[in-house]
Ligand binder design. Sequence first.
Ligand code: CA
Length: 230
Amino acid sequence: MRKVLVLEDEENIRSFVVINLKRAGYETIEAATGEEALARIKEDPGIRVALLDIMLPGIDGFEVCRRIRAMDSKIGVIMLTARTQEMDKVTGLMTGADDYVTKPFSPAELTARVDALFRRTGGGEEEAASPDEISQPPFLLNTRNRTLEKNGQRVKLTQVEYGIVKLFMENPGKALSREEILDAVWGKDYFGELKIVDVNIRRLRIKIEDNPTKPTYVNTVWGYGYKWGS
Ligand code: CA
């Protein structure tokens, strides 16, 4: 069951998205307001990915994203942004979105992003040989439950943030380029911008660093990428 929630108040755009997702084999659930979208998500735990428009009559798409994250961090979230809303991309990712698609988008681009997010949030493709836990005090990563603890306290991560931490903890002390991180976490067929890596790292630091302005776990390698530990 591949269920996608489509939140969009403009009916033309919503049906365009729905038709194309159905054609790609997805089951769609439609919502015209943020309140309606949240109600659908609450009543249907089968929804795995949500597409959120930003400008809406009631609460906006950012607020919907925030509330989704407050109740379930496992749903993949893609923001639908207008080309003029450059800042919205960053704001959206900071509220917990996994990706964004800029309007107007082609059916191919949209389904590629949804496919990619489904693969990332999919589970089921766990590598048999990998251990269930990676312990690097103060962190403990459980790859079976896809959870992270810091000093025994659960850190709520999105699936993308989890993917980044897992990559780091599997490669301690190794400088990883932005491209490597993008390929490993988003997939080689992802055709977004490298900036999405930086935005997710910034958000991850807020969650796991003692002092996010002076990070000690996720270190910047200038002009290259990032490194876990020193
Ligand atoms: Ca709208």
